[in-house]
Design a protein. Structure first.
Length: 229
């Protein structure tokens, strides 16, 4: 969960965006969007220290040296699926409706059967959230099920891709970073053109100052070409 880890590092450390992006495998503009709260979904931070992926000593090294590259202490444990219904810890079962609501809102093409396999819930619960007849509907807030720990990003992406393919849809490209890059390029181009105009104006002013008027008569010296009255 690189985005959730990046959100935690942004909120709890003074590491640079470049260090966080390199450690999490993200683009620096993605980290910038997380820091500015402009990401499409508000992320819940994931503590890499508690997960055993980073140590406090490693974070301190990075905070002291902006050029230091963080080293992962331990790779995340791979998720091993077994046949049968998905087991969800008791502490996370109350988050299921939020995860279901997020999928319904952001990926309505995903079927109830796919959601049931991803989250580990019943179709009755999913239908009640779709119809907004769930008994706790007033308190349900859509949240990313990956961030909540209900499923993995790979499983969610696979389910969405399968649903979009079945519906004849094409996965939309994420153009948020493209727009950021375009805006940055336009800003740099405008600054470069302004600098060029300022340099030309300064050069023209310098050349104009060096040129003295040819017909100016120095005071106190008689003009030899002037005829007497």
């Amino acid at each position: 969960m690189p985005h959730a880890t990046a959100a935690w590092l942004v909120d709890n450390t003074s590491l640079s965006f470049e260090q966080i992006a390199e450690f999490c495998g993200l683009h620096i503009l993605e980290v910038q969007a997380i820091a500015d709260d402009t990401a499409a979904t508000k992320l819940t931070g994931r503590d890499p220290v508690r997960a055993g992926e980073l140590t406090h000593e490693e974070i301190e090294k990075g905070q002291k040296d902006p050029d230091y590259s963080l080293r992962m202490h331990k790779e995340p444990d791979p998720v091993r699926r077994t046949k049968g219904p998905r087991y969800t810890p008791v502490s996370k079962r109350q988050d299921k409706p939020d995860g279901i609501a997020w999928i319904i809102r952001n990926h309505p093409e995903v079927s109830d059967g796919q959601i049931s396999k991803l989250i580990g819930t019943t179709r009755t619960t999913i239908a009640s959230i779709r119809d907004r007849t769930h008994w706790n509907m007033a308190n349900i807030q859509p949240k990313d099920p990956v961030t909540l720990g209900l499923t993995s990003q790979r499983e969610l992406d696979a389910a969405v891709a399968k649903a979009q393919k079945a519906a004849g849809m094409q996965a939309p490209a994420d153009t948020r970073l493209d727009s950021d890059r375009s805006a940055l390029i336009e800003e740099l181009r405008a600054e470069r053109e302004q600098h060029a105009r300022d340099a030309e104006a300064a050069l023209a002013a310098a050349e104009a100052g060096d040129e003295a008027p040819s017909d100016e008569i120095v005071p106190g010296i008689k003009d030899p070409f002037k005829r007497p009255a």
